[in-house]
Design a protein. Structure first.
Length: 89
């Protein structure tokens, strides 16, 4: 299920179509973007390869941020988010 991203649907270097000889595999699966919003913390566990868990933030009000020029990392509250066209969530 979900979005898959294998290269099997693409054309060959010569321009011909590939013939598909394999089903979709779970490790090729992609997932929809989380589109994280500001607000009280809401985090969902997502099962990953090897039975490991990733934690998908759906809403969050604070985070651990690094300030490179000052060489320090702190847990801080998020007050505002700047719009950036390249990461348009």
């Amino acid at each position: 299920g979900g979005l898959s991203r294998p290269p099997r649907h693409k054309h060959r270097k010569t321009g011909g179509r590939r013939n598909i000889h394999q089903k979709k595999r779970k490790f090729e699966m992609g997932r929809p973007a989380a589109l994280c919003k500001m607000g009280s913390k809401r985090v969902r566990p997502v099962r990953c390869r090897g039975g490991n868990m990733k934690y998908r933030a759906l809403r969050i009000d604070s985070g651990n941020f690094a300030w490179g020029s000052e060489n320090c990392t702190k847990k801080v509250r998020i007050l505002d988010v700047v719009y950036n066209a390249t990461s348009n969530e």
